[in-house]
Write a protein that binds this ligand. Structure first.
Ligand code: A2P
Length: 335
């Protein structure tokens, strides 16, 4: 019998699903058989894997018989509807949506940070929100060195976070602007080209958005710090790929800028780009296409004795989504 696993990718036509296929290829994940799924309207179309076309199938229980791992990036409603059925068919689901992240029975995993959490899964493992992943990567070594007490985080989130429709909208509005035509919002609540939209997801009664509360709650769960104080602001920006986050972290024990540089440099999955004299710091266009999260602009907080400010950028479709999901699958393989 051929070696390797039977892998399903649900949402294979979408931005995260397409990136998952690329990353499975790049990391030479042992795929013996690939089954791809999307919405009803895509059934019969195909996607490409290892240079070969793979037909999109209909989402139904029989199609998951024999599947070992299913990568799910088709949204929360679909995950709630289909993931339990896929688990029942015998597969382990790695879900990219918000559906199960805060379920106490579902591990929420960033492999460099809490690989141990994956061990206790009951068939579903969740991948955190893309902004949360990029933010927690540098927070973990700071916490290990000085115990985090407070985090202030402001995100600058690319349109890729809103999937293929978000990417298409920025492109269309930019072309319309160049032609002198009106910019019509279809997917985002306001014009996204040449604008910033400080509202991702719906507003709660306290004035925070769903995206902001994901950053608060998921950071606490991943770092196992239920009482961590987090002040979030999340903003959609006219960038195609890669999320950037301006973070100020306070710790019980002071961490100097030099110490933080050293900690970041040694943490797996982080790359330090912090050379202001040479104008070297992470930016979305420089980070796009890479798996690490990039940290720079590291400086001690002028307003708080134990505060440290920095800037972190990660490719939302890779470490913020597909790479993290494939890393979780690699953890499962190793165990
Ligand atoms: P489709 O291309 O057929 O719409 P993105 O996040 O980039 O917008 O991608 C969302 C992914 O989820 C796409 O692959 C999309 O397929 C898929 N999808 C959307 N709705 C459903 C559904 N009801 N069932 C299965 N897949 C879905």
């Amino acid at each position: 019998m051929a070696s390797g696993l039977c892998i399903a990718v649900v949402g294979a036509t979408g931005a995260a699903g397409q990136t998952t296929l690329r990353i499975l290829e790049e990391r030479k994940f042992p795929v013996r058989e690939l089954r791809t799924f999307a919405s009803e309207r895509s059934v019969g179309k195909s996607v490409t894997f290892r240079g070969e076309p793979v037909a999109i199938r209909r989402l139904e229980p029989a199609a998951f018989r024999g599947v070992d791992i299913a990568f799910f990036s088709a949204g929360s409603a679909q995950a709630r509807k289909y993931a339990p059925m896929i688990v029942k068919a015998g597969a382990t689901v790695i879900d990219k949506s918000n559906a199960f992240r805060m379920d106490p029975d579902v591990p929420l995993v960033v492999p460099e940070i809490n690989a141990h959490a994956a061990r206790g899964h009951h068939g579903i493992l969740a991948c955190p929100n893309c902004t949360t992943i990029v933010t927690v990567m540098p927070l973990k070594p700071l916490h290990d060195a000085g115990r985090l007490t407070r985090v202030i985080a402001t995100s600058f989130q690319a349109v890729s976070g809103a999937g293929v429709n978000g990417i298409a909208e920025l492109r269309e509005q930019t072309l319309a602007w160049a032609r002198g035509e009106p910019l019509v919002p279809r997917h985002f609540p306001h014009q996204i080209a040449f604008n910033l939209v400080p509202a991702i997801d719906t507003f709660g009664p306290d004035g925070y958005t769903g995206e902001e509360m994901k950053l608060v709650n998921e950071t606490r769960k991943i770092l196992e710090l239920p009482g961590l104080r987090v002040a979030p602001t999340t903003v959609r920006v006219p960038v195609f790929t890669s999320h950037s986050i301006a973070v100020t972290a306070e710790t019980e024990v002071k961490i100097t800028a030099a110490h933080a540089r050293d900690l970041f440099e040694r943490f797996p999955g982080l790359t330090l780009w912090d050379d202001p004299a040479r104008q070297r710091y992470p930016m979305p266009v420089a980070v796009e296409g890479q798996d690490d999260c990039f940290v720079g602009r590291i400086r001690e907080d002028l307003s708080s004795p134990n505060g440290l400010s920095f800037w972190v950028v990660g490719d939302q479709l890779r470490k913020g989504a597909a790479t993290n999901a494939v890393q979780i699958a690699e953890l499962l393989l190793r165990s």
